[in-house]
Ligand binder design. Structure first.
Ligand code: SF4
Length: 349
């Protein structure tokens, strides 16, 4: 419910209109999850509302903390499905100063949230992909992850990335609604929100028309059709050159720089040759590039992290082709609790 919805609800209960604003602020500004904590409401009013309503529907199953402070939360939906969300603190010195998402002096809390339970895209290096698609999350279940983590951590979250479980554009309407609610109700600015897609072209085109100032990221992972057909199977439907063209149109329409995400898998996509092909591919695209050293999920995992030498060579060659673009090697977070990129599989470490 937004404030207008709450006003209708409060009216139905025969309560004064200003109660709606009070409740709205407790839920969206203070992330309270229990009516009993709304201390500017009388006990009678709290009881009356609690008899009719709940705040949110997710249950916390587990909460794990990494040695680097990153936290992973396993939530359960009302229909018994599990999903994971991650909360991390991003210091500013992790990022290039040109990066405009993390520009406060100390840094900010960033939440990585899920848009689906499981995922149908089935990227072979991703733990979520092994689950298959179990369900699309509702917009409420998506934004509740943010409010719940704020409540549990007692921290204000300043940055949201839709990079948890699921392909956000395969749950387009709910994701779009959740973005609008995150901005309007939770108060997180558009430039602090990133949506990452594996390359669903019709939805990239639709997204360009939504008049949002958020950042769009593409999980590219290989610059060739042959390699990407394997690593990001949705490429068989929407090939890499067409995806890059869709991103160029997106930039033209929105004036927003996009982000290219590229996971570095040892001896799979991390050669100097691939770095050159990637450099050519994105030469005319207004973008930054985020290189992600792979996080192995378990010892049977066929993929391994690129060697330090391969990472250094790949980023050096790519930078030569990417003048005016920022090439960042992402700092690892939450690896020890399987909370890092590609590791979310609804399990407890
Ligand atoms: S990497 Fe993203 S798109 Fe691919 S299977 Fe995992 S969650 Fe789905």
């Amino acid at each position: 419910m937004n404030q207008a919805d709450l006003e209708s609800f409060i009216k139905e209960l025969g309560l004064e209109k200003f109660r709606a604003k009070q409740i709205y602020e407790w839920i969206y500004k203070k992330s309270v999850r229990d009516f009993s904590e709304m201390t500017n409401l009388s006990q009678k009013v709290r009881d009356q509302i609690a008899a009719k309503a709940n705040i949110g529907s997710l249950k916390l199953v587990t909460r794990e903390t990494s040695s680097d402070g990153t936290e992973k939360f396993l939530f359960e939906t009302a229909d018994g499905e599990k999903l994971e969300s991650v909360l991390m603190f991003i210091e500013n010195d992790d990022y290039d100063e040109e990066d405009d998402f993390y520009d406060t002096p100390a840094g900010r809390y960033s939440a990585c949230i899920s848009s689906q339970v499981g995922c149908a895209v089935a990227c072979p290096f991703c733990a979520t992909g092994t689950l298959g698609l179990k369900k699309n999350l509702s917009s409420s279940e998506i934004i509740e992850q943010i409010l719940f983590m704020q409540n549990l951590s007692n921290q204000r979250i300043g940055n949201i990335v839709y990079m948890g479980q699921g392909e956000p554009f395969n749950n387009y309407d709910a994701v779009l609604e959740s973005i609008r609610k995150t901005q309007a109700d939770i108060g997180i600015g558009a430039r602090r929100i990133t949506v990452s897609t594996s390359g669903v072209i019709p939805k990239i085109n639709a997204f360009a028309k939504e008049d949002l100032q958020i950042t769009l990221a593409l999980s590219l992972h290989d610059p060739t059709n042959e390699g990407r057909d394997f690593l990001v199977p949705i490429n068989r439907k929407w090939p890499v050159f067409e995806v890059i063209d869709a991103l160029k149109s997106y930039v033209d329409k929105t004036n927003r720089r996009v982000t290219i995400e590229y996971v570095l898998l040892n001896d799979v996509n991390d050669s100097v040759e691939k770095a050159k092909i990637l450099g050519h591919l994105i030469k005319d695209l207004h973008c930054n590039i985020n290189l992600i050293p792979y996080n192995q999920t378990n010892t049977n995992d066929p993929f391994t992290r690129s060697s330090s030498k391969n990472i250094a060579d790949f980023s050096r060659v790519l930078r030569q082709f990417c003048k005016g673009k920022t090439v960042t090697v992402r700092k690892e977070r939450g690896h020890d609790i399987n909370a890092a990129c590609g590791q979310l599989a609804n399990s407890v470490s």
